[in-house]
Design a protein around this ligand. Sequence first.
Ligand code: NAD
Ligand code: MG
Length: 396
Amino acid sequence: MVDVHGGATDGPRTVTVLGSTGSIGKNTLDLIARNPGLYSVEALTANGNVDILAEQARRFGARLAVVADPSKYADLKAALAGSGTEAAAGPDALCEAAARPADCVMAAIVGAAGLQPTLEAVQRGATVALANKECLVCAGTLFMAAVAEHGATLLPVDSEHNAIFQVFDFDQKHRIDRIILTASGGPFRTWTREAMAAVTPEQAVAHPNWSMGAKISVDSATMMNKGLEFIEAHHIFGMPQEQIEILVHPQSVIHSMVAYEDGSVLAQLGTPDMRTPIAFTLGWPQRMAAPTARLDLGAIGALHFETPDGDRFPALGLVRDVLKAGGARPTILNAANEIAVAAFLGRQIRFLDIVALVERTVEHMTAPAPTTLDDVLAIDREARAVCTALVQDLAA
Ligand code: NAD
Ligand code: MG
C-alpha cells in the first residue's frame, strides 16, 4: 500500500464528508473511490437527497449517514436497511456526525447551514478541509479563534485559498507584500449592465470554467463569490484587506498568487478541476494523484489578465466596504446574499436585484459584532428576515 499519510497511521484514513451529495462532496468521494484501501468513510451527510446519500453510504460502507431534514428520517432508514450504515436525521445529528473521530472532515455544506457542524469538527481539534467559505464570511473571527483554541488544522479547499496556502510562507508572513486572488469573471465578464438585467437562472449557473453547485455558480456570476473569497482570505491568512488584490484571469489556470517584498510572485497553476485542491487536502501532508487533465501551457499559448470592473460588478466594492466597516456586516451580507440568490433562482427577483438587495439589507440593519455563536445565528436569522421582506416588496 502506498503511504500517502506520512506514515502517521496504519490502515485506511477515516474521512467524514459533510455535504456529500453536492459538487464538492461528490468530487471528494470520486477521489476516495480511486484510491481503494487508503480511505474509509466514517460519516456522510446531506440536506434532503436521501436516494443519493443512501447510495453513497452503501457504496463506501459509511458507518453513519445523516440527512439534515428530519422529515426524511424514515426514508433514509428504509433506504439503508441491511446495509450496516446507521441512519440519523436533524441538526443535532449533523453536529454529531461532524464531531465523530475521523482523520479528516471535508466541510462541504453550502451556506451558513454549514457553520455549526464545521465548528463541531474544529472544536474536537480535527483536520478540517474547508470548502464552506460562508462559515468564514459569517463568523470568521469566531471560527479562526476556535481553530487556534482547539488546535484544529484548517486546510483550504477553495481553489484560490488552496493555491495561496501552497505558496504562502507562514514563517515569513511579514515578508509578504500582498496576496492576489484570481477571478474568472464568471459568465458575464464582458456583459454590460443592461444585458445583465435580463439574465436567467439558467444563464447564471452556466459557469465557463468550473462545474459547481447552483449557489456558488450564481455568486460567481455576480462576482459576490470573489467578495466572499476576499473575506475568506482575510481570515485564513490573517491579511489586512489593503494587502489583498483581486485580478481577473478568465482562463482559471493561475489559481492565485502570493507577492513577496523582494518582488517575487509565487503562483499555483492547474487545469480548473476541484479534484486538484481536494486531493491536496485529502492527502495532506503528502501529495496524492488526482485524475485531472494535465496542464498544457504550450497549447494554451497565452495567459490573460484584466483589472476587475467595480462599476459592472458592485459586489466587489460592497464587500470591501463591509469588511472595512466590520461589526455584524459580514454576517448580514452573507445571510442576505443566500436569500437573494435563492430568490433569483426561484425567479422572484432579477439578476441585478441580488447585489442591490444585499446592499440594502446591510444598510437597513445595525447590530454589534457577534462575539458568540448565538450572536451569529441571531444576526443571520434577522438578516434573512429583512432580506426576505425586501424580496417580497420587489416581487409585489
Ligand atoms: P452543492 O449545492 O453542490 O452541495 C451542497 C451540499 O450541502 C449538498 O450535499 C447539500 O445536501 C448540503 N446542504 C445544503 N443545504 C444544507 C442544509 N441546510 N443543511 C445541511 N446540508 C445542506 O454545493 P457545492 O458547489 O458543493 O459547494 C459546497 C461549498 O463549497 C460551498 O460553500 C461553496 O461555496 C464551496 N465551494 C465549492 C466549489 C465548487 O467547485 N463546487 C469551489 C469552491 C468552494
Ligand atoms: Mg474559489
